[in-house]
Design a protein around this ligand. Structure first.
Ligand code: FEC
Length: 294
């Protein structure tokens, strides 16, 4: 058996000029309003992303470290940008691999998230190798321990766990996304000995339908109204410093907190930390060893 890994991420534009095409890809053919596009460009510009994007460097560092740790070829495939998942599959097959492990850099399953990555991977693979796909890993002990370690010194503050929101209709469809997020939050809170914690969604997109709440800005209002003064944010649904962290939390939520007189901190994201790479390596090894592992 010869194995290669396709490591998948959401994808981020490489430069400002890429944003119209990137946003169009996210919208999947549905129209993009000019005001939303302008707003997105302004957010990336405010973060200093003009000709290069640090997120893509973090993903590459993670890929390289995982490859070194596993001693197996690892290729990055992006859901909404380049290199595409299909390109990563071709590179993986070109190594002669007859088994592909698919791993997404997002811990929680949703039909609107992990399932979309899987669909691109399965289409590109077209049955040319056996696929071992990791469906979820939000309760992985190493991941929980890593987040807990970053939280432990702030355990006396009010902890708000966060993750990307999704359209609220997923709950009617029985999607496990919210339950899985709450489970990770509970495990991390327990492991860190957090005294009080809540969960909030973030980063909802202007698609014209209701999204899961509460949104972080609204939630900070609620906490301030309950006389909470010290808040630490612990994102559980993201693993790297991308727009949703650096803008939605570090700029928008920070401004809101200041307005409300709250002290707001956040934990460092795992990024390419060797301890996080070890977690990813354990997931790949398990999937590669057991055909039905998910
Ligand atoms: O460049 C960067 O740093 C941005 C990275 C980025 C990540 C990310 C993660 C998730 N998203 C999820 C769901 C949705 C749904 C829509 C949606 C829209 C956007 C837009 C941008 C964007 N997302 Fe994202 N997301 C990132 C970026 N996301 C940009 C469009 C503009 C905007 O909303 O401001 C709505 C699609 C539609 O229009 O129909 C749904 C989920 C995750 C976490 C899991 C994962 O990483 O895959 C879920 C990173």
């Amino acid at each position: 058996m010869s194995t290669a890994v396709v490591l998948m991420a959401y994808g981020s534009p490489s430069r400002l000029d890429d944003i119209p095409a990137y946003y169009a890809d996210i919208r999947g053919g549905r129209p993009v309003k000019q005001e939303h596009l302008d707003d997105l460009v302004a957010r990336y510009r405010r973060l200093g992303i003009e000709d290069s994007n640090p997120l893509n460097e973090i993903t590459e560092a993670t890929r390289a470290a995982l490859e070194a740790e596993l001693g197996l070829p690892v290729f990055t495939g992006m859901r909404h940008w380049t290199p595409r998942i299909a390109e990563a599959v071709e590179q993986a097959l070109a190594t002669g691999a007859d088994t592909i492990v698919g791993l997404v850099l997002a811990p929680h399953y949703s039909s609107l998230s992990i399932e979309k990555y899987r669909a691109q991977l399965v289409d590109a693979l077209a049955g040319r190798a056996e696929l071992r796909f990791v469906e979820r890993w939000g309760a992985e002990p190493g991941f929980v321990a890593l987040l807990a370690e970053r939280l432990v010194s702030d355990r006396h503050k009010h902890v708000v766990f966060t993750a990307h929101s999704l359209p609220a209709r997923i709950l009617d469809e029985g999607d496990p996304y919210r339950d899985e997020l709450l489970e990770t939050s509970r495990l991390v809170a327990e492991a860190a000995g957090a005294h009080e914690w809540t969960f909030s969604f973030q980063s909802q997109s202007p698609t014209g339908e209701p999204w899961l709440g509460p949104d972080i800005l609204e939630h900070l209002n609620e906490l301030a109204a309950c006389d909470v003064r010290d808040v630490v944010l612990c994102p559980v649904g993201f693993v790297a410093d991308h727009l949703e962290i650096r803008w939605d939390l570090d700029v928008e939520a920070a401004e809101k907190a200041q307005e409300l007189g709250l002290r707001l901190e956040r934990i460092e994201l795992p990024n390419a930390d060797p301890a996080f790479v070890d977690v990813l390596a354990a997931l790949v090894r398990r999937a590669a060893a057991v055909p039905s592992a998910t």
